[in-house]
Design a protein. Structure first.
Ligand SMILES: [Zn+2]
Length: 465
C-alpha cells in the first residue's frame, strides 16, 4: 500500500519536473541554462532531451534501488523472506511470461517452442502442476508418446493434477488398443471426478465392450444423476444393459434372477424387442400367461418383429395350426396392415394349408413391398394353389434379387448385424442397432441366377420380364 503510494508520488514529481523543464526550454529559446552550485551549463535542445531521458532512466533505477532498499530494511528488521520475495517477484513475472508464451505457442501449433517455454517457466516458477500440463500437451502434439506418458505419471503425484494425469494415460491406452488398462484408468478417473461427462461416456462404452453390464448400469445411473443424459434415453439404455445382464445370468443358470431382470428391463423399455421377448419367456416360466401376452402385444404395437411372433408361438408350443391361427389373433389385430403382420398371417395360413387365406393376407405386398420373405411366401402360396411351375419359379427368382426388408442396422456405421446386440459388431457403438431396412449398398445381393442356377436359371429370362 505504502509502496504503491510512493510510486504514484514519484510519478507525479517526475511529470512535474518534466513540465517545469519544458517551461524552461521554451523560455530560454535555443539553449537550456542549468546552474549547479556555482557553475553554469548551457545545453542545446537535443542535449536537453537526452538529459530528460537520462532523468527518466535515473528515476527508474532509483525506484528499483528503493524497492531493494525497502526489502533490505525489512530484512534487517527481522522479515527474513523480504529479500527472497523481492527476487522471486521478478522471477515469477518472467515465469508467467514464459508460461503465457508457451500457451500461445501451443495454440498456434508450435509444439517445440511450447516445450522450451514450458521448461523455462518451470525454472522460474517451480510450479510443476502448471508447467507439466503445458509440457504434456506439447509432447502429445509432437507425437512424443513416451515423454507425454512420463509427464502424465508425474501429474499423478499431485492431488490437483491427478485427474488430468489419469485421463491422459487413459487416452494413450485407448489409442494403443490396451482396453484392459484403459478401463482401470477410466474407473479411477470416474472415482476422482464422477461428474465429468466425457469420463462417464468413455467408461460406459468400455464397460459395455467388456460386457461388464453391472458396472455399466452404475455408470449410466451416475450419468443420469449428474444430468448428462435425458431421462428417456437413460431408461432405454438401462433396459439394454439389464437384458444383457439377464442373458448372462441365464447362461450361468441363475434363472430366477434372470427372469426378474428381464421383466425389469421390459418395464424400463416396453418397446425394446429383446427385452419383451425375454420378459414374455420369464412370465411364461412363472405361469403368468396373461402378462406374457400383454408384453408381446405392447411390443408388437411399437414395432412388429419376427422375434416377437416367435416368442408368442413359444407360449403354446404344441397347438394345431388352426388353434394357432385363432390364438395369434390377439397379436395380429394390433397392427393388421403392417407388412410384418400380413406376412405372419400368411405364414400361419400356409402352415394350416389354407392357401387362399394366405394369398389374401399377402395381398399386394409383392408389388408394394417386394422383400425376400414376401416373395418367397408368395411362391409357397402359388405352389400350394397348384399354379404353374413357371409362376412359382418367377417369384423365387424375384425373391433372390429382392431387398431383405427390415434388419438390425447400426445407426452409427449403417452396417447390418446378424442379430440384436447391445454393441455394434462393426463400429463398437453402444445401443445403436435399429430394426429398419438396410441402406441400398448393404442390401444388394448377388445376382439371382448364380445363387440357384438349376432352379431359376432357365426360367429367369422369361419370368422376370
Ligand atoms: Zn456400427
Amino acid at each position: 500500500m505504502l509502496w504503491s503510494l510512493l510510486k504514484i508520488l514519484f510519478f507525479v514529481i517526475l511529470v512535474a519536473a518534466l513540465a517545469y523543464g519544458a517551461g524552461i526550454l521554451m523560455e530560454t529559446g535555443p539553449g537550456l541554462r542549468v546552474a549547479v552550485a556555482d557553475m553554469e551549463f548551457v545545453l542545446g535542445p537535443l542535449q536537453a532531451v537526452i538529459l530528460a531521458l537520462l532523468t527518466v532512466v535515473g528515476v527508474w533505477l532509483l525506484l528499483r534501488v528503493a524497492g531493494f532498499l525497502v526489502a533490505l530494511v525489512r530484512f534487517l528488521n527481522g522479515d527474513e523472506t523480504a529479500i527472497s520475495r523481492y527476487f522471486s517477484r521478478s522471477r515469477e513475472r518472467r515465469g508467467f511470461q514464459a508460461l503465457a508464451d508457451g500457451m500461445l505457442a501451443l495454440a498456434s501449433g508450435e509444439a517445440r517452442l511450447a516445450m522450451s517455454n514450458a521448461a523455462k517457466a518451470e525454472r522460474f516458477l517451480r510450479r510443476p502442476d502448471l508447467t507439466n500440463l503445458l509440457s504434456a500437451q506439447a509432447a502429445e502434439m509432437l507425437g512424443d508418446k513416451g515423454r507425454a506418458r512420463d509427464i502424465y505419471k508425474k501429474l499423478l503425484g499431485d492431488d490437483r493434477t491427478r485427474f488430468v494425469g489419469v485421463r491422459g494415460l487413459m487416452k494413450q491406452k485407448l489409442a494403443e488398443g490396451d482396453t484392459e488398462t484403459a478401463i482401470k484408468l477410466a474407473e479411477k478417473a470416474f472415482v476422482l471426478k464422477p461428474r465429468h461427462a466425457e469420463t462417464q461416456t468413455t467408461l460406459l462404452q468400455l464397460q459395455a465392450n467388456a460386457e461388464d453390464w453391472k458396472g455399466a448400469r452404475k455408470t449410466l445411473n451416475a450419468k443420469l444423476r449428474h444430468g448428462n443424459i435425458p431421462r428417456d434415453l437413460h431408461r432405454r439404455r438401462d433396459a439394454v444393459l439389464a437384458v444383457c445382464e439377464a442373458r448372462d445370468l441365464m447362461v450361468d443358470g441363475d434363472e430366477p434372477r434372470a427372469r426378474d431382470l428381464s421383466i425389469e428391463a421390459n418395464k424400463l423399455s416396453p418397446d425394446l424387442v429383446p427385452a419383451a421377448v425375454m420378459a414374455a419367456r420369464a412370465y411364461h416360466a412363472q405361469g403368468r400367461e396373461k402378462q406374457a401376452v400383454r408384453v408381446l402385444r405392447r411390443a408388437w404395437e411399437a414395432q412388429p418383429h419376427p422375434d416377437i411372433a416367435a416368442a408368442f408361438a413359444e407360449l403354446v408350443p404344441d397347438e394345431t395350426p388352426q388353434d394357432r391361427i385363432l390364438r395369434f389373433g390377439q397379436l395380429t389385430d394390433v397392427r393388421p396392415d403392417d407388412p410384418e403382420t400380413r406376412m405372419l398371417t400368411a405364414e400361419l395360413a400356409i402352415a394350416a394349408e389354407d392357401f387362399p387365406a394366405a394369398r389374401k393376407a399377402l395381398g399386394d405386398l409383392v408389388d408394394t413391398a417386394p422383400t425376400v420373405r414376401a416373395l418367397t411366401l408368395m411362391a409357397a402360396v402359388e405352389r400350394g394353389l397348384g399354379s404353374d411351375d413357371e409362376v412359382v419359379r418367377g417369384f423365387l427368382a424375384k425373391a433372390l434379387g429382392a431387398p431383405r426388408g427390415p434388419q438390425w442396422v447400426c445407426d452409427s456405421c449403417a452396417t447390418v448385424q446378424p442379430a440384436w446386440a447391445p454393441v455394434c459388431g462393426h463400429c463398437g457403438g453402444f445401443d445403436t442397432l435399429a430394426w429398419k431396412p438396410a441402406p441400398a449398398n448393404q442390401a444388394a445381393l448377388a445376382g439371382a441366377s448364380n445363387m440357384l442356377p438349376l432352379l431359376v436359371g432357365g426360367g429367369l429370362e422369361k419370368s422376370v420380364e
